[in-house]
Design a protein around this ligand. Structure first.
Ligand code: SF4
Length: 324
């Protein structure tokens, strides 16, 4: 039986000297990073996504750009991991994009923008030629309790092959963003620090973390005709990992996970009662559940809209959770 205080200390103190490979026990239940994020952002949003277990049937433009862009970058870096040259990987990536056009996977407007950005990104990026790709879009886990594990999906894990960072292992998170993050945004972002112990408990040391920003503010026409520079489109920024940041991010993660586990024990009616809406303009702006949220606040029946506008959640750890 895990002692929660001792366990918290163990997780928050894990360093590169403690790298080990823990195995996810069969039947372990997962609290995903996206669930913790949703709970921390707005408990009612968490209720819609993880209580009702729903996601929107149609992605917003910004979400579609991010999802499509991540999928395409995963194809590129997986090709590199499997031994292709950069040129071959680029060809495979562009073929994958063509399939999206043929199958109508995404809106043509989204595909045109992602295709324009990726065709500029590949000649610009140097990760594929200076690093060994260790993992692409891979899941990492760390134990919260005996039967509950925290799960996260990492975009890219690489080992540097050249220069003074040679041998170091870096976490990389791709962000498709309207505008680049400010220094304050980066300092406040707990995402990469909280990934570190999960990766270290999967057998890899971690020396640094980077946010790989790809800015989608401009249309393909503006990018091409106004000759936007690489600096206006891409930015590779160090997150500045410190053990203190890792400690506080993991502590926050554990606290939210414990609260989620307590919430899950309640009957569903009570979960609805206990999930207050945040109703903050900045937070609600990026929420996919604004309509049912407003209806719920007006004490209206949301069953119709949940059926017509939403579907069962597909992203993340659903398969594993269902199997568990
Ligand atoms: S619209 Fe705002 S208050 Fe409502 S669920 Fe979304 S984030 Fe929460």
């Amino acid at each position: 039986m895990i002692d929660s205080q001792q366990h918290l200390k163990y997780l928050t103190d894990i360093s590169n000297k403690d790298v080990t490979k823990l195995k996810l026990p069969p039947g372990a239940k997962i609290i995903s990073n996206s669930e913790v994020d949703a709970f921390g952002t707005c408990e009612r949003k968490h209720l819609f996504a993880f209580g009702y277990n729903k996601e929107p049937k149609f992605l917003s433009r910004s979400l579609a750009i991010g999802v499509c862009g991540h999928e395409i970058l995963a194809v590129f870096y997986k090709s590199i991991k499997h031994g292709m040259t950069k040129k071959q990987a680029e060809l495979t990536t562009m073929q994958h994009l063509s399939q999206f056009y043929i199958k109508g996977t995404y809106d043509p407007d989204v595909l045109n923008l992602v295709a324009t950005l990726i065709s500029r990104y590949i000649p610009y990026e140097t990760i594929s030629t200076t690093c060994e790709v260790l993992a692409v879009e891979e899941d990492f886990y760390m134990p919260i309790r005996d039967d509950y594990w925290y799960g996260m999906r990492l975009d890219l894990l690489v080992r540097v092959l050249v220069g003074k960072e040679r041998g170091n292992v870096m976490l990389i998170d791709h962000k498709f963003t309207y505008d680049f993050f400010t220094d304050t945004d980066l300092d406040l972002n707990p995402q990469m620090p909280k990934y570190v112990p999960a990766v270290r408990l999967s057998g890899y040391p971690v020396h640094q973390a980077y946010i790989n920003q790809i800015r989608w503010r401009f249309s393909p026409k503006v990018i091409t005709e106004k000759n936007k520079t690489d600096e206006e489109l891409f930015r590779f920024t160090s997150v500045g990992l410190t053990q203190a940041r890792i400690r506080s991010a993991v502590k926050q993660q554990m606290m939210f996970s414990e609260r989620i586990l307590e919430r899950r024990k309640l009957p569903f009616d009570l979960q609805i009662e206990e999930s207050p809406p945040n109703q903050n303009k900045m937070v609600c702006r990026n929420c996919s559940f604004t309509k049912p949220c407003i209806m719920m606040s007006n004490e209206e029946d949301i069953s119709g809209i949940m059926f017509t506008n939403y579907q069962d959640r597909t992203y993340g750890y659903s398969k594993h959770e269902i199997e568990a």
